[in-house]
Design a protein around this ligand. Sequence first.
Ligand SMILES: [Zn+2]
Ligand SMILES: [Zn+2]
Length: 222
Amino acid sequence: MLIKADLHVHTIYSKDSLITPKDLIYYAKKRGLNACAVTDHNYLEGAYKIARETDFLIIPGMEVSSADGHIVALNVSELIPKGLSAIETVERIHKVGGVAIACHPYVFFKGCLKDNVCEAFDAIEVINARAFPFKNSMKKAEEAAERLKLSRVAGTDAHYGPQIGYGYTEIEVPEPTADAIAKAIVDGCCSPHGQPVPLVMNAKQQLMRIRRMVMKFSDRGN
Ligand SMILES: [Zn+2]
Ligand SMILES: [Zn+2]
C-alpha cells in the first residue's frame, strides 16, 4: 500500500511551533495524509505521547541539532543527544534502530549540513516546503542524493497547522506501521513531493507567534 506522509512536523513540544496534537491530526487528515512524523527539536517524548493518544499513524522522531547541522531521526527508541558531530549522530540513530535524514541540507541558514552530508545517512530531505531559497536548495539536495545514492524524502518543517502537508513523501509499505515506513525509507521505496508553503502562510505563523508571546507576557502580568 502507498502511504502519504509529512516527515517533518514540529508540535508545541518545540518552543517555536504552534501545532497542538489536535491541530496535527486535523490538518494531516484534511491534507489527505495517512501518516505524519513528529520531529520536535531535541525532544522525543512528545512524539511518543502523541502516538499513544491517537489512532492516526504517527512516526515518532526528533530533529537533532548536531554540531554540523540539523538531522531528522525517525523511529528512534531513545533520545539522541545534541551537539555531537554529524557522523556520531548518525551512528547513535542507527544504534537505536532509527532512520537518519539529512534535513534541509542546503538552506540559507546556519543549521544546515552542507558538505557534512555523506553516505552514512539513510536519506536526504530533497524537498523541505519551507526551505529558502526553495528551488536552489532542492536542486542541490537532489544532486547530493544522486551522488551519494541516498533515498529521497520530503517534509514541510511545519510550525503552524495549515502548513502541514505542503511537503510529503509517498512510501510503499506492506503494512501501515512506523517500522514498515522506516524500513521502506532505508530501502528507497519512497519518493518526495510537494511545493513551497505560501509566503502569506509563513507570515501568518510569525504573527500568531508574536500574538502568543504577547498573551503569555500579559498573563504573567496579571
Ligand atoms: Zn531544522
Ligand atoms: Zn525542523
